[in-house]
Write a protein that binds this ligand. Structure first.
Ligand code: ARG
Length: 396
């Protein structure tokens, strides 16, 4: 085991008491947004929580506190353009579920309920928190649904290049890729419910809603055989509420076309498809000055949007979502709250200057704001695979 791995394991396994100040700060925030919470009830609740922390090192959120904490963590996510809908988050309280198999089954149920045959609902499933007695479970996948990658000849890769390392890892755990490997093989879920003992589970096919991609005007486009999954469900971020950490709390919204068309399928370290699309369009890729990249990027994004629309799967477009984000900002201002935002994540990767979010700055993100979603640390990952553990890059 490398040195970092030992440190992470030791820290994760060291019993941590909940900070009573953080708990109190959260309960006070809860009161400011809950008209039913009188000063007397707040005082009583703070006392109760302090007693529980003194006795057990932690405390249990009520269902209402948990729901409030999760929705506010979303509202606080400075990188998210889709926050207008923060109140609409569906909460699946699964704090009582234990065991890797049962946790994986709940993730599958999450995907089915959130996907609803295309009418996507923002949903979060919250598993057990870290306590003094035991760390909560971890999900190692970055998202519940991601595609595997395999090295082919030389430097070539089949699949989502970003998950080469993770694909190696699940193979090391014993997963075997399908007999006929393809560019869109869904990776199994890796759940660590006992520290250092990850187990993998295949997602049932019918829980993974996917959209085959075609272009409204170019029939050749469909022949590429491209597809993408309908539900983006982040699964490697911990949810922190009032000093309590929920290390497994997968959550999803719905896609914006550019995330798939202008990033996942286009980035050079992902599917790197722009040269092929440009070729299909008959554009010369010999000189940057033909702007073949730009033209291919727009057509790819258009194909993604057209395909989701045709399949009846919820998808936002970057122009509409940009306007809605400004509505959100105005509402937050009216409510007397700061809305922090990370310009480089909020501005869409296509036609930035054509969207109103480009033409202004925002209150800077603040790492100390809570409740929040933060990168989770899989306990045993550094031991199993130090190089994957080191790549804790932000999701695209
Ligand atoms: N950008 C990520 C992806 O392409 C998803 C991040 C969350 N996106 C969302 N629309 N909720 O898979």
């Amino acid at each position: 085991m490398c040195k970092d791995a030992a440190v992470i394991l030791r820290n994760a396994l060291r019993p941590k008491c909940v900070d009573t100040d953080e708990a109190e700060e959260f309960l006070r925030l809860f009161q400011t947004e809950d008209p039913a919470m009188t000063d007397d009830r707040l005082r009583a609740r703070i006392e109760e929580v302090k007693d529980e922390i003194a006795a057990t090192g932690s405390y249990t959120h009520t269902a209402a506190e948990l729901a409030f904490g999760a929705t506010v963590a979303w509202r606080n996510s400075a990188r998210c353009i889709g926050r207008l809908y923060w109140r609409g988050l569906r909460i699946r309280d699964r704090r009582q579920v234990s065991g890797a198999r049962a946790i994986a089954a709940e993730c599958t149920a999450h995907l089915r309920e959130a996907g609803r045959d295309g009418r996507i609902r923002s949903t979060i499933t919250i598993f057990a928190p870290d306590t003094v007695a035991a760390p909560g479970p971890r999900i190692w996948n970055e998202q519940l649904i991601r595609y595997a990658a395999y090295r082919t000849r030389g430097d070539s890769v089949c699949g989502d290049r970003r998950y080469l390392g993770f694909t190696d890892l699940v193979r090391q755990l014993g997963w075997t890729p399908p007999a006929r490997r393809g560019p869109f093989d869904v990776l199994p879920l890796v759940v660590e419910s006992e520290p250092g003992r990850p187990r993998y589970f295949e997602l049932p096919e019918d829980a993974v809603l996917e959209v085959p991609l075609s272009h409204p005007d170019h029939p050749w486009f469909a022949e590429f055989g491209l597809r993408w999954h309908a539900v983006p469900a982040m699964s490697n971020m911990r949810l922190e509420i009032g000093g309590v950490t929920y290390p497994a709390a997968p959550f999803n919204g719905w896609y914006m076309g550019t995330e798939i068309g202008a990033r996942n399928l286009a980035d050079a370290d992902r599917y790197d498809l722009l040269p092929s699309i440009a070729e299909g369009m008959g554009l010369s890729t010999r000189s940057e000055r033909t702007l073949w990249r730009d033209r291919a990027l727009v057509e790819l994004t258009l194909a993604v949007q057209h395909s989701f629309d045709t399949a009846g799967v919820t998808m936002a477009d970057h122009h509409t979502e940009s306007r809605r984000f400004l509505t959100h900002l105005a509402r937050e201002e009216d409510a007397g709250r700061a809305c922090r935002a990370d310009w480089s994540w909020i501005v869409p990767p296509v036609s930035g200057s054509q969207s109103p979010v480009f033409h202004r700055y925002y209150d800077e993100p603040d790492a100390s704001v809570r409740p929040a979603f933060l990168p989770a640390e899989p306990i045993g990952l550094p031991a199993v695979m130090p190089d994957v553990a080191a790549q804790r890059c932000p999701f695209p």
